[in-house]
Design a protein around this ligand. Sequence first.
Ligand SMILES: [Zn+2]
Length: 203
Amino acid sequence: MSAFPQGLRRAIQLLARLPGVGEKSAQRYALELTRNLDLASELGAALSDLKLTVTTCQSCGNLAERRSGEPGICPICADPRRDPKILCIVARVQDLLAIERSGAMRGRYFVLGRLLSPLDGVSASDLPLAELLGRVSAMGPQEILLATPPSIDGEATALYLARELEARGFAVTRIASGVPHGGDLEFADQITLGRAIEGRRKF
Ligand SMILES: [Zn+2]
């Protein structure tokens, strides 16, 4: 890589920081972009606009359009047809999108942004419990569905949240197994994920 000009090396280093992009792919993308400089400029402009055009939904943590002077509200929170009786808790925006694709959830969401992970130093105090409780009390759902992934961290988070929510009198459910253990919801097919939601059980 030291044979490359410095600007190209920098592009490769940055690309390699993306999830799932290793050194080799990063190099392939960067070299392709040097051959297609129009694409490189367009991509660069789109990426630097993200900061100006995208924000986090202040109700649920999903992504939302950023408009000056307005609080960010995502299309799901803004949709009055969504069922306010169910609140679905997910780890990441990608999981919300995967569940939306399955079509099995017509309720509303809350995105945690992280999972309990003692090995990575993420403890209960790092979870947005106060925000979640604020969302729950504003919405008053009849059911809170824990749709964290069926991994060790996802199960630990679900267990912790179930205890906190049940202690406050809320009915908590968990997605059914069927999504492969340790698997990412993002990569589960729509039918499997739809079944896991339809087959949810009381925690
Ligand atoms: Zn939202």
